[in-house]
Ligand binder design. Sequence first.
Ligand code: RRO
Length: 328
Amino acid sequence: MGTPTVDISTSLASFELPNPVLTASGCAAAGRELSPFFDVAELGGIVTKSIMMKPRSGRSTPRMAETPSGMLNSIGLQGPGVDSFIEHDLKWLHESGARTVVSIAGHNTDEFVALARRLYDQPMDLLEVNISCPNVENRGQVFACDAIAATRVISAVRRAANPNVPIFAKLTPDVTDIGYIARAVAEAGADGISLINTLLGLVIDLDTLRPALGGVTGGLSGPAIRPVALRCVWQVHQAVPHLPLLGMGGIKTGKDALQFILAGASAVSVGTAVFHDPTAPIRIIAELSDELAARGFSSLRDAIGFAHLSSEQQAAYFAAQTAVPVGR
Ligand code: RRO
């Protein structure tokens, strides 16, 4: 008897995916650098580095620092600007057959709106609105730290963007109550939520006795933040159970991904792991499928938010899975 097959298709609002594993924004540029390793069309999707209206060189170097079980980045939204992105990156993604999530970032609501308008007719499956970049000039630009600022950006983008493209708000864990922010962006019209962005951190270089990063502070990612990310997915699923969640934060294996699904994510993004293992997202698709089968799930959709069920409810599900209807 072979391994039972599990249906791992999923959806993020109206975006249908054959499998639930995407890249995380900022960790695979616009996908092209992963194409020597695998066919990018095999992933659930590519999430692009956040794009701004104008080309931007980013923060001063050094921009990366190692930490135990993770890394700190201080890139500062380096990018080619939206026109070049459309002409080169988005075109390449479309021709590659990759399902595409475009991440946008702005200094203010007007810039987010301008980006949504510029991208209105472009080929994409989902728009991720990055309101949580930690590496900005001032903390007031981390819109997701404030429910009113977050609401303003998301409602304006929802009005300006193509109504056929779902928009997801990307949230930061650096808040007191992430459920409160989640409810605010849901009411503002977000079709789903991506979580989490990196946590604000600092490393001091003991040779120079100065901060290791040119930008002083940076965003912490990798396995070190996985329990924080999982806690956020759990809390946001409770706060807005009807909204699909794209979960991320330190995912390295199928077992890690399964925890996010059980906490309430409909799909996951793999980020920091890609830097030392570019094939990680493809490997995780297979591992996740095996982990689901090993636990008796017949479909990924059944596992979404399963950890919120009582043990009695869980037992009833598995009993129904094994019951063979009379006559079959
Ligand atoms: O570019 C960055 O420095 C950056 C961004 Br936009 C983000 O959303 N999260 C992060 O850790 N770094």
